[in-house]
Ligand binder design. Structure first.
Ligand code: DQA
Length: 186
């Protein structure tokens, strides 16, 4: 699998789908009062702590999102995506994620499974590693932590593809970039 070069920090592409630029004003009882810029600021800070770099994109256009995913391979190591309304309709975004063949995590502020029936289907879920939904802005930070844990070359990763020595350090519970494996606390 072609991934971004190992020269630099692991790179994550964050994609926010349609209408998410309105966060803070849009249906606060469902989506909360946190703005998209505050979410992005928190993600950048979390990425710095975890030793990753982030590029953030918001688009209201399906084709723009498909283009960004299509170009991600070779440049990014993973994708964090809230496809918003396209979650429920976009075969094109689903296919783009599948073709990119990068670790990806789907996030939603609201619990889409507890809302209208049309929101309970995600066309995206079958092609991503997992979905985090229902925790408001925290869905993004939980999703980013989960994604970084999947990146094969990140020191905090338990991915089987990572170098042997690092894997065994993790198994022994050594502290790696500020994260302590639970085993280390025994
Ligand atoms: C959303 C849920 C979608 O159903 C909706 O269309 C959105 C936001 C969420 O984050 O909860 O725009 O993805």
């Amino acid at each position: 699998m072609k991934t971004a070069s190992r020269r630099t920090l692991p790179k994550v592409l964050v994609i926010h789908g349609p209408n998410l630029q309105l966060l803070g004003q849009r249906n606060p009882s469902v989506y909360g009062r946190v703005t998209l810029s505050a979410i992005n600021r928190d993600l950048q800070a979390q990425a710095r702590r975890l030793g990753a770099s982030l590029t953030v994109l918001q688009s209201n256009h399906e084709g723009g999102i498909v283009d960004a995913i299509g170009k991600a391979r070779g440049w990014y190591d993973g994708i964090l995506i809230n496809p918003a309304a396209y979650t429920h309709t976009s075969v094109a975004i689903r296919d783009a994620l599948e073709a990119a063949d990068l670790p990806a995590v789907e996030v939603h502020l609201s619990n889409i499974h507890a809302r209208e029936s049309f929101r309970r289907t995600s066309l995206i879920a079958p092609v991503v590693a997992g979905q985090v939904a229902g925790f408001g802005a925290n869905s993004y930070t939980l999703g980013l932590a989960a994604l970084i844990g999947l990146l094969p070359h990140h020191p905090a990763s338990a991915h089987p593809g990572r170098p042997k020595e690092l894997r065994s350090r993790l198994r022994r519970g050594r502290r790696v970039v500020g994260l302590t494996s639970r085993r280390g606390k025994r």
